[in-house]
Design a protein around this ligand. Structure first.
Ligand SMILES: Cc1cc2nc3c(=O)[nH]c(=O)nc-3n(C[C@H](O)[C@H](O)[C@H](O)COP(=O)(O)OP(=O)(O)OC[C@H]3O[C@@H](n4cnc5c(N)ncnc54)[C@H](O)[C@@H]3O)c2cc1C
Length: 435
């Protein structure tokens, strides 16, 4: 029997960080009836965001890898509230959830409120087009599974159209703005997909595909050591993927990109994955935010404006050493913050003291297609020593990152069974979603 006065922890956003946090809190505080744990998300299902480039190419079928929040909540002793958070009333300690509408736009659930004692915002972020003219109208994005599915359909339909024309000179040009891990992984994955589709009988030959990564900095993977960038650049070049560095996009048109030096890069499909910022509406919550709309937090992840409200992951501006250097917007940071906060909230409820959050960099892995990746192994050898891995071994390590997220969400036994299921599915079905 639940007590009416039970402490209410509301986590908004069931992404890489929020879902792991709600799961841990549900299994501990929720199961022991020491707190009521509630997860709010406007989507009914979760897909780990670093997999979106695989969704966009059909290498991953969302129907098979997504987690349904309702079922997951039931198994892990938390409650799921479906809907988009629209605001917060800090005096009354309630969040507002917008009306839920069906596909035709008809309201099926009226706007409602959810009360909290502790609120955790884990709302993620989106790509930052820096106000570039034409970007919103003429680019596709990879901010969520809906974007990824739209991109997949666009690639599929245009590759069919270009291939079927029978004109060997005709090319499919894909321009990707952003030479960070997301842009590099997306380019490599699209290239791999087109090659696989050719094996399955698609008319479009890999020679008809031209992918260009457009990066404003002097090198791709600018946040990684130079040798990693060099390896990735060479690996992309071997597949014919073009990399335009020192290339700042000033305008996007319906047929390509205009660069600051006046050059134009023609593109049938234009994707913007550069930069990162939190959603604009976060600045309306009355919480202190930075110029990227991220909510500023202390080293205990509490917002500067309200100690009952926490923020983590991409939507939070966290500088654990108070030196103004912010943690990057990565799944690695969101995961570590979720783990730390689950423990901290339990300690707080039992009256124990809480130490500040410390980020432990685990290195960086970037996938370069189905069989290869490149990365550094800071997790094993320490962040001070440069030890890099590449090729199939690196790809195995890269794949294990997703399995670790699955383990945090489902436990190791279920993760093992899911892994076996994936292997069996690969034998029985094409390795790409081709429809
Ligand atoms: C293609 C791609 C590849 C990437 N690869 C890597 C990688 O290899 N390694 C790595 O470390 N990082 C990678 N990242 C970055 C990583 O995905 C993010 O840093 C991470 O997902 C952030 O986790 P989060 O919990 O803060 O937010 P997210 O995982 O983005 O989750 C946010 C959640 O909030 C929900 N939400 C948003 N607004 C509302 C609202 N108003 N009300 C209710 N719910 C809301 C969303 O539906 C979503 O479920 C990649 C990102 C992309 C796009």
């Amino acid at each position: 029997m639940m007590s009416k006065n039970m402490h209410r922890i509301v986590v908004v956003g069931g992404g890489a960080g929020g879902l792991e946090l709600a799961t841990k809190l549900g299994r501990t505080l929720g199961a022991a009836k020491r707190a009521k744990v509630i997860l709010v998300d406007g989507s009914a299902t979760h897909i780990w965001k670093p997999l979106l480039h695989e969704v966009a190419t059909g290498a991953l079928n969302t129907g098979e890898d997504e987690v349904n929040y309702f079922g997951h909540a039931w198994r892990n002793s938390y409650q799921f509230e479906f809907g988009w958070m629209a605001g917060v009333d800090r005096e009354r300690k309630v969040i507002q959830i917008a009306a839920v509408k069906d596909e035709s736009g008809k309201e099926i659930v009226a706007p409602r409120e959810v009360a909290y004692d502790t609120l955790v915002l884990a709302l993620g972020a989106i790509a930052n087009d820096f106000g570039t003219a034409g970007a919103q109208e003429h680019c596709m994005f990879l901010n969520n599974p809906v974007d990824a599915e739209q991109l997949r359909k666009k690639i599929l339909s245009l590759s069919f159209a270009v291939g079927i024309s029978g004109n060997a000179v005709r090319k499919l040009n894909i321009g990707i703005v952003g030479g960070g891990p997301t842009g590099v992984e997306l380019a490599a994955e699209i290239d791999h997909t087109i090659r696989e589709m050719h094996i399955y009988g698609a008319e479009l030959s890999p020679a008809q595909l031209e992918i260009t990564i457009i990066e404003g900095m002097p090198r791709i993977l600018a946040g990684a050591p130079e040798s990693l960038s060099e390896y990735a650049t060479e690996s992309l070049a071997k597949r014919g993927i073009l990399v335009a560095t020192n290339s700042r996009v000033t305008e996007v048109k319906d047929n390509g990109f205009v660069l600051a030096d006046g050059r134009c890069i023609e593109s049938d499909i234009r994707v913007w994955v550069a930069g990162v910022k939190a959603a604009d509406w976060l600045t309306t919550l009355g919480l202190q935010t930075n110029r990227l709309n991220q909510i500023e937090v202390t080293s205990t992840l509490q917002t500067l404006s309200d100690k009952n409200i926490y923020a983590l992951g991409d939507c939070a501006a966290c500088s654990p050493n108070d030196d103004g250097v912010l943690l990057p917007a990565t799944a690695q940071v969101a995961h570590q913050q979720a783990e730390w906060l689950a423990d901290a909230l339990q300690r707080q409820l039992s009256g124990s003291s809480v130490q500040a959050f410390v980020f432990k960099p685990q290195g960086m892995m970037v996938s370069l297609g189905k069989h290869t990746a490149v990365g550094s192994l800071a997790a094993i050898v320490g962040p001070q020593r440069n030890y890099y891995v590449e090729g199939r071994g690196a790809k195995l390590i890269y794949a294990s990152l997703y399995r670790m997220h699955q383990a945090a969400v489902h436990g190791w036994i279920l993760t093992g069974l899911l892994w076996i299921g994936d292997k069996l599915r690969r034998v029985a079905r094409p390795s790409l979603k081709l429809h």
